[in-house]
Design a protein around this ligand. Sequence first.
Ligand code: A3P
Length: 309
Amino acid sequence: MSEGKGLSYSEAIEQAKGTLYRFPLIPVRGIPLMNHIANNWDSVWDFRPDPSDLLIATYPKAGTTWTQEIVDLLLHNGDAEACKRAPTPVRSPFLEIFSPPPIASGLDLLKNMDPPRMIKTHLPIQLVPPAFWENKCKVIYVARNAKDNLVSYYHFDCMNKTQPEPGPWDGYIRKFMQGELAWGSWYDHVKGYWKEREKKNILYLFYEDMKENPRREVERIMRYLELSVSDEVISRIVELTSFEKMKENPMANYSCIPAPVFDQSISLFMRKGEVGDWRNHFTPEQSKMFDEDYEEQMKKVNIPFRTRI
Ligand code: A3P
């Protein structure tokens, strides 16, 4: 298996070891992005997808990997072996990611793939390369309630040694509220795609809905992609994309990215996969402060987020 330039991720990370550290964030049109992304921004912005390409867009930790797995299985009629052909970031490249060489960038991987491709992004809608809209590509957006999203991001930033130092939990909550984490404000991100969803034919999904009734959401994705798979295959896809199954699947659990990038001895990528874990992290005071600010930041929209199911 080749992950670009003939090296697996582990081999490339091993070679790049001396150049890996917690990358600083540099604003691109006001959005803080890792310096390697900011330094290569023009090539991301100029990316031209094929009209058949699909974009899976999320704020980090909203359920991207889960959705990528569902889509891949739908495209392969539930064939589990076909979907183990490579790890998630190779099957579904991360559009804007750039790391020190020889780690393959998202654009490197995409260059070597034939459309239709399943492309991942965390970019807010205003930073999505315009050719996606010109070519009327399908776009699936997945949103997760702010509190669980924040908890998941905190654990991720502890274990992903190329993201900025998360610092203490209390300060992390404030950084999230102020839009200072990588990829910027969660509030602006979810609102940006929400406002455009009808005009741009974006399928807007919620993590909580996927947990509550995965079958219904898999069928929703199937219809959006204009696919038709049997009920039996849908059942198989629901089973194969359960948290437990994906946690054990080396092609979906990010064990392909070893320390010093993902140190899963600190926190697993497939960490908990639940709705409502925020209650184990927020104190009552933190929750109150967060909710008051949330009301303010979200007052002009009515996006039906749920913090429990
Ligand atoms: P937790 O940290 O709350 O466990 P992303 O793929 O966008 O980085 O999101 C990762 C989050 O989605 C993690 O949340 C991870 O456990 C969760 N996740 C991944 N696969 C899942 C699945 N099949 N079912 C439920 N949650 C899943």
